[in-house]
Design a protein. Structure first.
Length: 506
C-alpha cells in the first residue's frame, strides 16, 4: 500500500512538471476533445502574472518574495487550466452516459436482444468516445470469442470508460433477460425512473458545486480587499511605527497570498472530479470496526475499561483539591467524567454512523433486489445480492441467507435483518419481501411494484445524502479565506504591538 501511495505521489509530481511544457498541456486538452491554442495559453499567463505582480505591489512585498509567489503561480496555472477543461469533459461524458443508458433501455424494450439494442443505440452517437466503445462492444459480441461470460466481457468495455453503479446495473439486467427471458417491461421502467432520478441529482450537485466555488472566489476577493485596506492603514503610519517592511510582516503576507492561491486551486479541483463516479464506496475497515463496537462489545467490559482510564484523573483531582488548585481540579474532574463515559460516546458515534450508512446503502440494495426479483424468487435473489452488496449490509445478508436455508418459510430471518437499529423502512421492506416470497407468481409482480414505489423516496433521500457528502469539501473550503485573513491580521497586529512596545520602552 505504501509503495502504491508513493507511486501515485511521484506520478502527481511528474504531472506538474510535465504540464509546464505548453505542448504537453495542449496534448492533454486535445485528449479531452477540446482545442487550446498557444495564444490562449500566453494570454492566460500574461494576465494572471500581471495580477500577481499587482498583488505584490499593493502589499509592498520585496521583489524576491513576489518572485516566489510568481513561480508558484506558474507551477500551478497549467493544472488549473487543465481542470477547467476536465470539468467540461466530465460534463460531456456524463451526458453521453445518460443518453446511452436511456436509449439502450428503450431499444431493448422494443428489440428484446442486446446486440440489436446496441446497434440501435449506436445510431445516436455519430462520433466520439461513446460511439467508438459501442462499436467495440458490438464487434466483441459478433466475434463470439470469450473467456467466461460473453456479454459481461463485452459490456466491460463500456463500463471501463463510463464507470458507475447504474451502468453496471443496467448491463446486468440486460444480461439476465438475454439469458433467462421473461417479462422485462417492469424492470426497464424501474431502471428508467432510477436513471432520471440520478441525472436530476447529479445536475443539482454540480450546480451547488458551482455556487460553492463562486462563494469561495467572492470570499477570496472580499478578504483580499480587506487585507489591502488594512495594509494601506499600516503604510500611512509614521515611519517609526511602520510594519510594512518588517521581515515577519513580509513573510506573513507572502504566506497569506500563497494560501489563497492554494484555496483557489482547491475550489477549482472540486469541479474537475468525475460526474459518473459520484458514489464513494463504504470503508470496509470503518464498517467492521463500528459493527464490532455496536454488536459485539460487552457493556460491562467497556464500562470497566472506561473506569480504568477515569480513575487516575479522579485521584489527581482529589490531590489537587487538597493542595488548593481549584481550576485544575475542575478540569481533571471533567476529563475523568468524559473518559468514564467514553464507551457510551463511542457506541453512540458508531451507531449514528452506521445508521447514516444504512440510510444511504439500503435503498440501493433494495433497487438491485427489485431487478433480481424479475427472474428469481426472493431467497435466490437475496443470495445473489450478497456478493455485490454494500459492506454495511453484507454481514447481515450473509446471516439472513443462512437462516433462510434453515427456515425457508419462516418470517424471523426477514424481521431479524438489521434488527438492532429498529429502522421502520427496513422492517417494512423486509415484511414486503416476506409477503412476496409467500405469495403466488400472480401477485408477486404487483407487490414488487408496491415495494419499488415505496423505495423511490428512499432512493431520493440516498441521493441527497450523497450530494451532501460531496458538497462537504467545497463548503468547508468556503471558510478558509476567513482563516487566512485572520492569520495575516494576527501576524500584523503582533508585529505592530512588538514595535509599539519597543518604542515605548525607549
Amino acid at each position: 500500500m505504501k509503495k502504491r501511495r508513493k507511486a501515485k505521489e511521484e506520478k502527481k509530481e511528474e504531472k506538474i512538471w510535465w504540464l509546464l511544457n505548453p505542448k504537453h498541456l495542449q496534448q492533454q486538452i486535445d485528449e479531452y476533445g477540446y482545442y487550446f491554442s498557444m495564444g490562449n495559453y500566453v494570454l492566460s499567463l500574461v494576465v494572471s502574472l500581471a495580477g500577481v505582480f499587482i498583488c505584490g505591489t499593493v502589499f509592498s512585498l520585496r521583489w524576491y518574495l513576489t518572485a516566489a509567489v510568481v513561480v508558484l503561480w506558474m507551477l500551478l496555472l497549467p493544472g488549473m487550466i487543465l481542470d477547467g477543461y476536465k470539468n467540461m469533459y466530465e460534463h460531456k461524458k456524463f451526458l453521453e452516459a445518460a443518453d446511452y443508458m436511456e436509449q439502450i433501455l428503450y431499444s431493448f424494450k422494443m428489440e428484446g436482444k442486446i446486440l440489436a439494442a446496441l446497434r440501435d443505440t449506436a445510431n445516436l452517437f455519430t462520433a466520439g468516445r461513446m460511439c467508438t466503445v459501442i462499436h467495440e462492444t458490438m464487434a466483441y459480441i459478433e466475434e463470439g470469442i470469450y473467456k467466461k461470460d460473453l456479454y459481461q466481457e463485452a459490456f466491460s468495455k463500456i463500463e471501463k470508460q463510463y464507470p458507475g453503479r447504474r451502468m453496471a446495473a443496467i448491463h446486468n439486467f440486460l444480461r439476465l433477460i438475454e439469458r433467462n427471458g421473461g417479462d422485462y417491461s417492469n424492470g426497464i421502467h424501474l431502471l428508467l425512473e432510477d436513471k432520471a432520478l440520478w441525472v436530476e441529482n447529479v445536475l443539482l450537485l454540480q450546480e451547488d458545486k458551482k455556487r460553492g466555488r463562486s462563494r469561495v472566489i467572492m470570499a477570496l476577493v472580499i478578504t483580499m480587499v480587506l487585507a489591502a485596506v488594512f495594509h494601506g492603514v499600516y503604510r500611512s503610519m509614521p515611519e517609526n511605527y511602520s510594519i510594512v517592511n518588517h521581515p515577519v510582516t513580509q513573510i506573513g503576507t507572502t504566506c497569506y497570498l500563497i494560501l489563497n492561491i492554494f484555496i483557489f486551486r482547491k475550489a477549482n479541483r472540486e469541479l474537475a472530479g468525475s460526474w459518473l463516479e459520484r458514489e464513494s464506496t463504504s470503508d470496509e475497515k470503518k464498517v467492521t470496526y463500528y459493527w464490532k463496537v455496536v454488536t459485539e462489545e460487552d457493556s460491562r467490559t467497556a464500562w470497566k475499561k472506561s473506569l480504568l482510564w477515569a480513575v487516575p484523573f479522579f485521584i489527581a483531582a482529589l490531590f489537587c483539591q487538597l493542595r488548593g488548585y481549584f481550576y485544575v481540579t475542575v478540569v481533571l474532574i471533567a476529563m475523568g467524567i468524559f473518559l468514564g463515559n467514553q464507551h457510551r460516546i463511542g457506541y453512540r458515534i458508531s451507531y449514528n454512523w452506521l445508521v447514516k450508512e444504512i440510510n444511504l446503502r439500503f435503498p440501493q440494495w433494495l433497487m438491485e433486489m427489485a431487478l433480481l426479483l424479475q427472474g428469481n424468487n426472493v431467497q435466490v435473489a437475496i443470495a445473489k445480492s450478497v456478493s455485490g452488496a454494500p459492506a454495511v449490509l453484507r454481514e447481515e445478508l450473509e446471516a439472513m441467507v443462512k437462516k433462510l436455508k434453515a427456515q425457508p418459510e419462516a418470517m424471523e430471518p426477514y424481521m431479524e435483518f438489521l434488527e438492532i437499529f429498529q429502522l421502520s423502512y427496513v422492517q417494512s421492506a423486509m415484511k414486503m419481501l416476506y409477503a412476496i416470497s409467500e405469495s403466488g407468481t400472480g401477485d408477486s409482480q404487483e407487490q414488487i411494484q408496491i415495494m419499488v414505489r415505496r423505495n423511490e423516496k428512499l432512493l431520493d433521500q440516498a441521493e441527497k445524502i450523497l450530494n451532501e457528502r460531496k458538497l462537504a469539501g467545497i463548503n468547508s473550503i468556503g471558510y478558509l479565506p476567513q482563516i487566512t485573513i485572520s492569520f495575516q491580521m494576527m501576524v500584523n497586529m503582533a508585529v505592530f504591538m512588538m514595535i509599539f512596545l519597543t518604542k515605548m520602552s525607549i
